[in-house]
Design a protein around this ligand. Sequence first.
Ligand SMILES: CC(C)(COP(=O)(O)OP(=O)(O)OC[C@H]1O[C@@H](n2cnc3c(N)ncnc32)[C@H](O)[C@@H]1OP(=O)(O)O)[C@@H](O)C(=O)NCCC(=O)NCCS
Length: 175
Amino acid sequence: MSIEIDILNGDASWKIAEPLHQAVWGPQQIADKPWVHVKWANADLRVLIETPEDGLVCHVGIYFRTATWNGQKVHIGGIGGVCTREDQRGRGYATVAIDAAVHTMRANEAVRFALLFCEPHNFTFYETRSWLPFKGEVYCEQPEGRIRFDHMAPYVFNIVRAPTLGTIDLCGLPW
Ligand SMILES: CC(C)(COP(=O)(O)OP(=O)(O)OC[C@H]1O[C@@H](n2cnc3c(N)ncnc32)[C@H](O)[C@@H]1OP(=O)(O)O)[C@@H](O)C(=O)NCCC(=O)NCCS
């Protein structure tokens, strides 16, 4: 079976990603989540995996941000909106899409490390893929102002050097 992996502009490809995104994080699915009211950043790029038979089966959003770590500016990459269509899980699609996202971030020479946020049921999934828990504090922007972001656990991935302690300020919306 052939698969097609595209990495497209985030805004331009939102229409393609939206139905899958809605199926996984529609209003009903997220109604009781502690992060239901969080305003999220839009992805800069998207990894989209499609098959001829099933269309879009997997999505990973890619984010680029000049954040700060312990007050020092640092260019970081992020991934978010990682999802595989429910009936297509366990076939390695998310692994392939995350690898493509990390490869894309590596190609951006400024990026020092990657960052994602996830819920406890996905800790093992990321830990077995070499992501490390970030044990410090994360701050971000929301419409009401700067907040400590502790709705989900941060994980970092080493591109050049990944911190696991200290304070990261996303200097913008979270992903
Ligand atoms: C998490 C998710 C993206 C994985 O997608 P996928 O395409 O099935 O992932 P892959 O096929 O690449 O990897 C599946 C592997 O991870 C394991 N796995 C899947 N979800 C896991 C989890 N939550 N915790 C631990 N392992 C997990 C599977 O057992 C399988 O292991 P194997 O490779 O040893 O067989 C998918 O389950 C999903 O869309 N979940 C709902 C949305 C979500 O939680 N997204 C993550 C947001 S941070």
